[in-house]
Write a protein of this length. Sequence first.
Length: 203
Amino acid sequence: MPRENRPLRIGVGGPVGSGKTALVAALCRTLREELSLVVVTNDIYTTEDADFLRTNGVLPDERIRAVRTGCCPHTAIRDDITANLGAVEELTARHDPDLVLVESGGDNLTAIFSYGLIDVQIFVLDVAGGDKVPRKGGPGVTRSDLLVINKIDLAPMVGADLDLMRRDAATVRGDRPTVLISLREQPDAGPVVTWLRRQLRRS
């Protein structure tokens, strides 16, 4: 958990298109009236994710910082965290936030954050990847503090068995929590916000 006198830092990772940026946007919209928030996004070459957050007005522009990794996203969140750590510390010094969200660029099931950068981490999957993905495991699935299976409204269209995904996630994760959501149907990301508030109380 976070050291004293610093904000809680939460990493949000997952494959391309799983809904990481949409989740970060939902968390900002839901919590911005009660918490001071800042966001760091990661993209290999562009500032696409940060631009999306700014365009949608989820936070003031100065509270969003884009990191161009220039390499595989997991390198910048796990192996050499210098650029991300600098962005987090700069935003923290400037805005004194309660919560820092660090969004990884899209990566595979092995992508996890260094605990030198964040305190707890969320890993996002989506049902369009197939209901086999949770049982494939990988550190992102098995070791994240919260697994989010997103876009459950698409399950009938892609033939995904949500009960199977839930069971497989429980098998590979043990006691670590998993939530199934549709940000289209639950734009406030309610189950994730409930979990996040527990992390804030613990910190």
